[in-house]
Design a protein around this ligand. Structure first.
Ligand code: KIV
Length: 272
């Protein structure tokens, strides 16, 4: 028997079972090495379509394709061993009909090996979520600010600032939970509304710029690392990786110019 024990990867039902329990920790991840670094500390990694902006310099997430999500999803699956990996369905890959959503979500699961997909939308996605879940595809929902609808929303704006909007957003949350979503991302949502939804629905809420009382939190990894040039106001920077990269590259450039680098090498052995 092999001495190596295989790490058990968390599943969508494991995340759903954390409702009201220990806070769920999550981050976005788009590539293998950062996924491996984050893996011991997080419950799930989201291959978010924010990768269009963060990795590829797009203006918004609308230009992200299914193929691009699959490439990054596979990379993250290679890096992470324990965390559930959730892959975003990009704009245009699921909204038309439940069967379009199923065909594309099934491709994501088959080609990446991830454990769940995420899609944006509340009441309008209820039927699709139910259709996917009944056919074996775990779905994380995403309501509040839904960046794929930026052109309809008129910008990236906090949702539910006026109490008049609450009823519709609460209906979104109830609908996706009842349709079978195993968790719901609440993005950029007025704090009391996010707290109220968390207390109402039966599945975990994952906040991003929402409420400390959500069942879990998510941030874009590059934003919290201090690698993104501009971040939403609610983001706390936990590091200055951008500054560290700049310093390292400056030191490297100096050494090259001073002919102090590279050290002579007779082998191609690797080092840690
Ligand atoms: O694409 C993304 O990064 C997301 C998070 C902001 C939740 O959807």
């Amino acid at each position: 028997m092999s001495a190596q024990t295989k790490t058990r990867r968390l599943t969508a039902p494991d995340i759903a079972a954390r409702k009201g329990g220990d806070p769920i920790v999550s981050l976005t991840s788009y590539h293998a090495h950062t996924a491996a670094i984050a893996d011991p500390f997080v419950d799930f990694l989201l291959v978010g379509d924010s990768l269009g902006m963060v990795m590829h310099g797009m203006e918004n997430t609308l230009g992200v394709t299914l193929d691009l999500m699959i490439v990054h999803g596979r990379a993250v699956m290679r890096g992470a061993r324990r965390a559930l990996v959730v892959v975003d369905m990009p704009f245009g890959s699921y909204e038309e009909s439940p069967s379009q959503a199923f065909a594309n979500a099934a491709r994501v699961l088959k080609e990446t090996g991830c454990g769940a997909v995420k899609l944006e939308g509340g009441r309008r996605m209820g039927e699709t979520i139910r259709y996917l879940v009944e056919r074996g595809i775990p779905v994380m929902a995403h309501i509040g600010l839904t960046p794929q609808s930026v052109n309809v929303m008129g910008g990236f704006k906090t949702q539910g600032r006026s109490k008049d909007q609450w009823r519709a957003i609460e209906d979104d949350a109830l609908t996706v939970a009842e349709a079978g979503a195993f968790a719901v991302v609440l993005e950029a949502m007025a704090e009391p509304l996010a707290a109220r939804i968390t207390g109402t629905i039966a599945v975990p809420t994952i906040g991003i710029g929402a409420s400390v009382n959500c069942d879990g939190q998510i941030l874009v990894m590059e934003d919290m690392l201090g690698l993104s040039p501009r971040v939403p106001r609610f983001v706390k920077r936990f590091g200055d990786v951008g500054g560290a990269i700049e310093q390292a590259i400056e030191a490297y450039a100096r050494e090259v110019r001073e002919r102090a680098f590279p050290a002579a090498s007779h082998t191609y052995d690797m080092k840690e």
